[in-house]
Design a protein around this ligand. Structure first.
Ligand code: URP
Ligand code: ZN
Ligand code: ZN
Length: 472
């Protein structure tokens, strides 16, 4: 039998195993794993690792960001950067601006993505206004249509839900089998801190971190877990930055509560010190929660190693630095409060975790695949189509040279931002080829795919959140 493509003689890694074999690909799917396979095209992977393409389940693309602020990536640039870094599926958020029906929000996002994606894409919903119509009619129908996860925020003026609203969204998730993702930071505490800092003239970007100390994240994490316990529904706490919050999740998991956790690149390799200085450079690192300290980094590594965090994402949320519509907007100099929150990272996520995790011996290859591909795919209802290399799976594959040394430069990431917070990082291990459904999208650092190749993926329900009619 001749396959369309054979990736020959590599070490094939999944979340469970590493085996030396060829991968036969036909019709965009993995068709065989074995030795001596023959194909119309043969890609020599000897001496290389053959990994499932990354699944980045926390990405913001072309998201409305407030007056005069524009996100640096649209679907073309965001998905192209994902592919450069070995990621083959991304899950951006469709943000509901208050007053806009969710179906309209989705129409806009689909229109923005249509024909513009180098990799596959699926959408989470951000719920900012849980009206009766949304809770009672729209969300149940949207879950049926494959939008099976919602993010809710405990902070930000335009997004914050109160506890009652959170309970209501969680109750719908329980009824429909959707998974709720929570941004856990205490809104009132942050406002209080921000006002105090501004009164004291402490307005430089570095004070962004001061305004949201660990305790505001820890308290909200515990509250989110408790609200989920009240409703008896699984919950995913996203972008966890520190030990105290990680320990809330571990405590809940040890109690047997269905609580999941995610951490991100910035919490492993950046600290609050990166925001230092009284100039504006610190704005390049302003994200929420903020990067913390070395002990927090250790805690996030511990959370990843021990499974408290099952998912590792980028929280790619890019704004250009030298730009009036970005980090250096006209208000930003007056206070950190006006610096848009978020940093780019969809392209850097996998190389940094590979280098800092696998190459430095902090995690095994299989763990790397688990947290970057298999677990996000499982958690959000895309497995085994995505996140593994198995017969019948989509042939989404990244071929890695585990010895390749790269000094990271922004230009390599090919995104729409004008900087990377990881500039100059010394990386060991690099994805030298990315294939999406059997088609090459990146080869030797060059984009060779086309932007109409990416598909939109409706998702199954998360296996962690199977629908059960509540007794409430
Ligand atoms: O600062 C961040 N992370 N902005 C992105 C939005 C979010 O909260 O995930
Ligand atoms: Zn968030
Ligand atoms: Zn985010």
């Amino acid at each position: 039998m001749q396959f369309d493509t054979v990736i020959a003689s590599g070490q094939v890694v999944t979340a469970g195993d590493t085996i030396a074999c060829d991968v036969g690909i036909s019709g965009g799917k993995v068709a065989a794993l074995g030795k001596g396979l023959s194909g119309r095209e043969v890609i020599d992977a000897s001496g290389k690792l053959v990994l499932p393409g990354g699944v980045d389940s926390h990405v913001h693309i072309a998201q409305p960001s407030g007056d005069g602020i524009v996100m640096a990536d649209d679907f073309e640039t965001g998905t192209r950067s994902a592919a450069m870094g070995g990621t083959t599926t991304i899950m951006p958020f469709c943000l509901q601006e208050r007053g806009v029906p969710m179906r309209e929000v989705l129409r806009d996002y689909h229109a923005k993505a249509e024909g513009q994606c180098y990799v596959d894409v699926s959408f989470h919903l951000i719920i900012s206004e849980p009206t009766e119509q949304l809770l009672g009619q729209d969300l149940p129908a949207l879950v049926e249509d494959g939008y099976t996860s919602f993010k809710i925020f405990m902070t930000y003026d335009d997004l914050k839900l109160n506890d009652r609203q959170i309970l209501e969204v969680m109750a719908v998730a329980r009824e429909t089998g959707a998974l709720v993702m929570v941004h856990a930071e205490n809104y009132d505490a942050i406002r209080f801190m921000t006002e105090q800092l501004e009164k004291a003239g402490r307005t430089a970007p570095r004070y962004h971190a001061t305004s949201r100390p660990k305790v505001v994240e820890r308290e909200a994490t515990h509250r989110a877990i408790s609200l989920a316990e009240v409703v008896d529904v699984p919950v995913m706490i996203v972008h966890v930055s520190n030990r105290e919050s990680m320990e809330q999740i571990r405590w809940a998991q040890q109690k047997g509560l269905p609580v999941l956790g995610e951490t991100c690149t910035q919490y492993l390799v950046l600290t609050e010190d990166d925001l230092e200085g009284l100039g504006m450079e610190g704005a390049k690192y302003v994200c929420s929660p903020p990067p913390r300290d070395v002990e927090s980094q250790e805690a996030c590594w511990e959370g990843l190693r021990t499974g408290v965090f099952s998912v590792f994402s980028s929280d790619h949320c890019p704004y250009r630095y030298e730009d009036e519509q970005g980090k250096l907007n006209p208000n930003a100099k007056s206070s950190f409060r006006w610096v848009p929150n978020g940093i780019p990272g969809v392209g850097a996520r996998l190389p940094i975790l590979f280098s800092e995790g696998v190459s430095k011996g902090r995690m095994s290859l299989e763990q790397f695949v688990a947290v970057t591909a298999a677990n996000p795919a499982k958690t959000y209802g895309l497995y085994p189509r995505k996140g593994t290399i198995a017969v019948g799976s989509d042939a989404d594959i990244a071929i890695w040279d585990s010895d390749m040394r790269v000094t990271l430069e922004h230009r390599m990431l090919n995104d729409g931002a004008d900087y990377t917070p990881y500039e100059g990082f010394e990386i060991v291990g690099w994805p030298v080829m990315t294939l999406v459904r059997g088609r090459k999208v990146v080869q030797s650092g060059k984009l060779v795919g086309s932007k109409d190749h990416g598909l939109y993926l409706p998702r199954n329900r998360s296996p962690f959140a199977s629908a059960s009619k509540s007794g409430l």
